[in-house]
Every structure is written in structure tokens, then in C-alpha cells.
Design a protein around this ligand. Structure first.
Ligand code: GLU
Length: 484
């Protein structure tokens, strides 16, 4: 329905934005906010904008901006146009503050910090509300001194300010609990409240989806919209993410920064899926593609209670994506992980070696490093280095077995079933279990004890490589761990 509305030319297209403050890394909760905004806009043919809220010059750093951009890029959340710097727009914010003064919806306040503090003290002493009521609100401009001033919104004194929030419902705040907040400081710099409203307006933002820690700000920002006669965007304030214990997410719950998730080896597609489910649901669907999320995402599905970060679930979702991703996408995801882990990208030869192995070894892998570990046998070249534990399986009896097996493998048709029956027949003829064959084969083919199924490895390696690796193991002869 919304899609139709967006394309019929009647309803303005959806514009959302992500507005992080660049003071650290890309927090996992912020990444989820970005994802929700991206899904909402992109699922409706709309625009997703990025605004870096860098007005706090003391705390904002270019490195933090870079971390945000690279986190979003990794997650595949592309934004339209250039990222907007809020600090660059300060002259425009000031211009709006002055317009508000001209229209009478804001006024110049010459109260000094000391006077404001003294007024608050007095109110406290008398048990009155400590909201500052500026004496300049109704002062005759003719009485204005030639002194620095701040610009304050002339907030209504009665009634209430209401926010119809898509997630939180109707939220109202009594106007007598809102002060005449400052929009432009006496040093000429805009306040955060003003900057957000002016930027959202100028950027044409139609929907604001953000953490519910901004719910109170929404009421105050509503005053500025009203003062300017601007339409307020639709609001959806989402509950913040909690840790597994239900407490506000913090360092002790585990990784907070997106970069840490990249380094742990979660594919971006899995992360998008998992983050989408953190606080939003579509029936019982747990594992889905980004295409499905784009189709399904709506603010109606956002829950009112905080979602809990659950690494077991994340691992599960990640494993499901690894099990079903296209091989090329998996290889790209592996490279993104290697980059985060300071490893060189896969070479062409490694990609070629991995490509046939991945479909056979991926089931059960939770993260990309597990997957690579399972595919280790495909990446090593001859002669395969045999680790000491695996070497124990290459005893004299194993040599004999491998010698028996070799001609049979040379003549067998190279199909999994046939290979299994060849090995099964040899085991039966010797009255041993298949496991007795698997041990030496794992050692010969992978040099390890923990490997994918021997038959899967043989299928990936092919006849020549399999026989060559067995031959290498036989040439080396029984390995005696510990012997030089
Ligand atoms: N810069 C704010 C933050 O990082 C977000 C402001 C907003 O979304 O309106 O929390």
C-alpha cells in the first residue's frame, strides 16, 4: 500500500536519515537505527540520507566519521548523495533562529549565566519549578541592551505538546514543563535542538526513526517546527537494545562496535538480518534475506519493549546465511572479514580452490573463520603439512590400508556413493570400521584430525589431487610424532 502511494505522485516519496554523532565508533544500536531507516526508505523507493552531527567540535573526530562510513558501507547501507556535515550548516541554523525572532516565535534573551543560576536558586528555595522563565520574553525591544544575547523559543505556556509516535503512541508533555529553550547561544552557535530540526526540514526528511532516548527531544523539537510553521516528520522512537540480562547494553555484554562484529566473522547479510530482528518482527520469521526485509519492513512491526542482544541467536542466523549464500558472496564476505582481521585478501588461486569446497563444508559453520577452517584442506598445497595429532593415524597399518585403497580409487568412478562403497568394502574385508580408514585419510588429505567428511574432501580435491596426497603420505612413511 505504501509502495503504491509513493509511486502515484500524490504522496511525497519517503526520505529518512541516519544522523550519528561522530564521537567514537559505529555502535551496534546506531547501526540498527541506520538499518531501520534504510529499510524503511529503500523498501518504499525513497531516499536514505546521512548527516554527520559533528557540532560538538571538541568530541567529533574524523576517525569517528570514517568508522561510521566504513561500518555503514560494510553493512551495505548506502546513502543518497554526499554525507551532510551538520557543523557546515551552522550559518543556516543561525539564519533560522533570526527568522524566528523576526516572526516573534523566539526572542533575544540577555540573561547572564549568573542571573539564570540565581533565578534557579531562588525558585529552588521557594519550592517552585526551576524552569527558567526569562524576563526578556516580553521585554520591549527598545529596552534591549547592547550586550551578547541568546535566542530562545517563545514556548506556549499552556496546553500540551503532543507527539504521535508510531512506536510509542501518543506522547504528550505539558507545555508548562517545557522551558523557552535556547536555539542560538550567545556566542552565535546553534544548539543541537535547532540544528536537528532545521537540517531535517531542509533535507526533506519525512520519517524520523531513532532511539527512544530522543523522545523528550522530539517534544522540544516540536516547538521549533511549530514556530517555523513546518510540517513535522513522522516519528518512530525505538526502544534501545539491551544485553542478555535485560540491562542497558554496555561493554560487559560484549562487542558494541560494528567493526568488532566484522572482525568476529559475521557476514554482513547475516548482520543485517539479525539487526533487523532486534526490535522488529515479521511474524515468526527469524532468517530472511535483505530483499525480504526490504519488502516486509514497516514501523508497525517495531516492538515497544527493548530487544536483547543474543549471541547464540546471532550465531544461528549467521550459520543459516553462510549455509545458503552464493559462493561468490561468501568469498567476498571472507575477504571483508580478512581485511578486518588484517589478513591479505584471498588470491585468485585461493578463491578458485575455495569455490568448490565451500558448498560442501559450509553447513554447521557459524562464522566465516569457522568456514575457512573447514575449508583449510582445499587451500593447502602439496605436500600437505601433517600436524602431530593427525600424524598418529599414519601408522604402519595405515600405510598398508592406503596401499590397498590407492588402486581402487584410481579405477573408481569419482562419485561420492562409489567412493563410500570402495572404502566400505575395504573396511569390511579387513573387519575394521570405516573410522579406521577415515583417520589416515584425514591425515593424508588435510593433515588434521578435525576435517569435513573424507568423501566430501575427495569430491572437492578430485581424483588426481586425492591420489597425489595419499601418495605423498605413503612416501613419507609412518610418521612417528616426536621423531625428528
Ligand atoms: N546525533 C544523534 C545521536 O547520535 C541522533 C539525533 C537524531 O537522530 O535526531 O544520538
Amino acid at each position: 500500500m505504501v509502495n503504491a502511494a509513493a509511486s502515484d505522485g500524490q504522496t511525497p516519496p519517503v526520505v529518512t536519515r541516519f544522523a550519528p554523532s561522530p564521537t567514537g565508533f559505529l555502535h551496534i544500536g546506531s547501526a540498527r537505527t541506520a538499518l531501520f531507516n534504510w529499510l524503511y526508505a529503500r523498501g518504499r523507493g525513497g531516499r536514505f540520507l546521512l548527516r554527520i552531527e559533528d557540532t560538538d567540535l571538541a568530541r567529533s573526530t574524523p576517525e569517528a566519521t570514517e568508522a561510521i562510513l566504513s561500518g555503514l558501507t560494510w553493512l551495505g547501507l548506502d546513502w543518497d548523495g554526499e554525507a551532510v556535515s551538520q557543523a557546515d550548516r551552522a550559518p543556516r541554523h543561525a539564519e533560522i533562529a533570526r527568522q524566528m525572532v523576526e516572526s516573534g516565535t523566539a526572542y533575544k534573551c540577555f540573561a547572564t549565566r549568573e542571573e539564570i543560576e540565581a533565578a534557579r536558586e531562588a525558585a529552588r528555595a521557594q519550592g517552585r519549578s526551576t524552569l527558567f522563565r526569562s524576563p526578556w520574553r516580553d521585554a520591549d525591544p527598545a529596552s534591549h541592551p547592547d550586550a551578547p544575547y541568546a535566542i530562545r523559543v517563545r514556548a506556549p505556556l499552556e496546553g500540551e505538546t503532543v507527539i504521535e509516535d508510531t512506536v510509542q503512541g501518543r506522547v504528550s508533555i505539558r507545555n508548562d514543563q517545557l522551558d523557552d529553550m535556547i536555539v542560538l547561544r550567545s556566542d552565535g552557535t546553534p544548539t543541537y535542538m535547532l540544528a536537528v530540526v532545521v537540517d531535517d526540514h531542509d533535507m526533506g526528511v519525512t520519517h524520523v526513526i531513532r532511539g527512544d532516548d530522543h523522545l523528550n527531544n522530539a517534544a522540544r523539537q516540536g516547538l521549533i517546527y511549530a514556530a517555523m510553521g513546518w510540517d513535522q516528520p513522522a516519528m518512530a522512537h525505538i526502544p534501545l537494545i539491551h544485553g542478555e540480562d535485560g540491562k542497558k547494553l554496555s561493554k560487559r555484554h560484549g562487542a558494541l562496535g560494528v567493526a568488532e562484529y566484522v572482525a568476529m566473522g559475521y557476514p554482513a547479510a547475516a548482520m543485517r538480518n539479525y539487526l533487523a530482528r532486534l526490535g522488529w518482527s515479521h511474524g515468526d520469521d527469524e532468517v530472511f534475506s535483505t530483499g525480504q526485509a526490504l519488502e516486509w519492513f514497516d514501523t508497525d512491526g517495531i516492538g515497544k519493549s527493548p530487544a536483547r542482544l543474543d549471541f547464540k541467536k546471532l550465531d544461528h542466523v549467521s550459520g543459516q546465511h553462510i549455509a545458503s549464500m552464493e559462493t561468490d558472496d561468501l568469498l567476498d564476505a571472507i575477504d571483508a572479514w580478512r581485511d578486518a582481521a588484517d589478513l591479505a585478501p584471498l588470491t585468485r588461486a585461493e578463491r578458485d580452490a575455495l569455490a568448490p569446497a565451500l558448498p560442501l563444508v559450509r553447513s554447521g559453520a557459524r562464522r566465516l573463520p569457522d568456514l575457512l577452517d573447514r575449508a583449510h584442506f582445499a587451500m593447502v598445497s602439496r605436500p600437505v603439512e601433517v600436524d602431530p595429532k593427525a600424524a598418529k593415524a599414519l601408522d604402519p597399518a595405515a600405510m598398508d590400508l592406503l596401499a590397498d585403497l590407492t588402486p581402487q580409487l584410481r579405477n573408481a568412478s569419482w562419485e561420492r556413493d562409489t567412493l563410500e562403497s570402495v572404502a566400505g568394502a575395504i573396511a569390511a574385508s579387513r573387519g575394521i570400521g570405516l573410522g579406521k580408514i577415515a583417520g589416515p585419510m584425514r591425515a593424508a588429505l588435510a593433515g588434521r584430525t578435525a576435517t569435513p567428511s573424507v568423501f566430501d574432501m575427495m569430491m572437492v580435491l578430485g581424483r588426481n589431487e586425492t591420489l597425489a596426497r595419499i601418495d605423498d603420505a605413503m612416501k613419507t612413511g609412518p610418521l612417528r610424532p616426536g621423531a625428528a
